[in-house]
Write a protein that binds this ligand. Structure first.
Ligand code: GLY
Length: 370
């Protein structure tokens, strides 16, 4: 292992791989370290919905414009990454139908329906679109632009593209500390020390230990998500169905994902019967044909939760060459491109939208009005 890099990115999930890609495009010398294999933890459990609209529950924050920019980036990335890596990210159009079963649900969709990119579909319109839907559905917010990708392939595609452009990847290289020495940083790994001019912490919920090591007082808490993968023989669904933070996502690999539970403060990576029961019930409520689906497997991952549900993206409050990109909660896949671009811009001292810098800074809590 070479011992000195311009940037060491800790974490080889989709966030770390996207950061490496954007830096590599700028010819920056990068090493990515992961304690296991690339994309094998939380990234591998994600459904891959690019839900810029569907995951945004208020209109006032910086989250929506940031998420929307990130979502739009995928449109070009899918070809750009394929050309460099030969890996197809599984970009699938169709969009999301956010379903309403009650007047209360309709009311909760109002904030979305003010957007020109979201359309209300009544009962008969929606049934023409998805004939298999439950007869209890009253209508839906149709979000055409909330397309989906296959997360493991997307992560692999970012990693292979970065590698093609010169980034080095070191798997099974657990990082247990970062120390400052002569103006640079020494990243201490199970395989020895590596020196870096800049360090990026992008290990999702597992950044918690490094936060402590770096004197960052903010917490990252796990919100476990369990999902069921099912086969389907003929297309029973062309759009993603979404209700109450649960969803059924059709993928272009002959599988559907039924997800996901929200189990707070659970560090285990096991799937519970309670979780499976909950998901089956939710799936049947949206799509009665779901009970006939054949199970292909289960997925589980730990979403990195933050105090306000938004990620930490920015410089360490006291160490400007230590960057944080963690806490993407339900939206790691969606936010990966813009997070990669933003961290790259911080490192290269380029201009970044001040609303984004403020909204995602690590120490924002102390500047927030209560
Ligand atoms: N992005 C959906 C989820 O975290 O379940």
């Amino acid at each position: 292992m070479k011992r000195k890099y311009e940037v060491v990115v800790i974490g080889g999930g989709i966030i770390g791989c996207s950061i490496a890609y954007y830096l590599a495009k700028e010819k920056v010398e990068v090493a990515v370290l992961d304690s296991g294999s690339i994309g094998a933890k939380t990234t591998s459990a994600a459904a891959g919905m690019l839900g810029a609209h569907s995951e945004c529950n208020e209109n006032s924050s910086a989250f929506f414009p940031f998420a929307r920019e990130s979502q739009k980036k995928y449109f070009e990335l899918k070809d750009e990454l394929y050309a460099l890596s030969g890996v197809d990210i599984g970009y699938r159009e169709g969009g999301i139908l956010k379903l309403a079963f009650s007047e209360e649900d309709i009311h909760a969709l109002n904030h979305l329906l003010v957007r020109p990119t979201v359309e209300w579909l009544n009962e008969s319109e929606i049934r023409k679109m998805e004939p298999g839907l439950s007869p209890d559905v009253l209508g839906a917010a149709y979000i055409k632009d909330d397309v989906n990708v296959i997360p493991t392939r997307t992560c692999e595609s970012f990693a292979k593209s970065a590698q093609t452009l010169g980034t080095q990847f070191f798997e099974y290289s657990h990082v247990y500390g970062i120390e400052k020495q002569d103006g640079n940083y020494i990243v201490q790994t199970a395989n020895g020390d590596i020196e870096a001019r800049h360090v990026v912490v992008a290990t999702g919920v597992f950044s918690k230990a490094l936060f402590k090591n770096l004197g960052i007082t903010e917490e990252l808490t796990p919100v476990k998500g369990e999902s069921i993968i099912v086969h389907y023989e003929k297309p029973v669904l062309t759009h993603t169905l979404f209700h109450d933070s649960c969803y059924i996502v059709p993928r272009n690999n002959g599988k559907l994902i039924i997800g996901a539970t929200m189990v707070e403060d659970d560090w285990s990576d096991t799937v519970s019967l309670q979780g499976v029961n909950f998901l089956i019930e939710k799936a049947n409520t949206m799509l009665p044909a779901a009970s006939a689906f054949k199970i292909a497997g289960f997925k589980v991952g730990l979403r990195p939760g933050t105090f306000d549900g938004h990620p930490f993206i920015g410089r360490h409050p006291e160490e400007e060459r230590v960057l944080i990109a963690s806490g993407h909660y339900r939206n790691g896949i969606l936010l990966a491109p813009e997070t990669g671009q933003m961290i790259c811009d911080f490192i290269l001292d380029k201009e970044i939208k001040s609303e984004w810098v403020e909204a995602f800074r690590v120490d924002r809590r102390q500047y927030m009005r209560v």
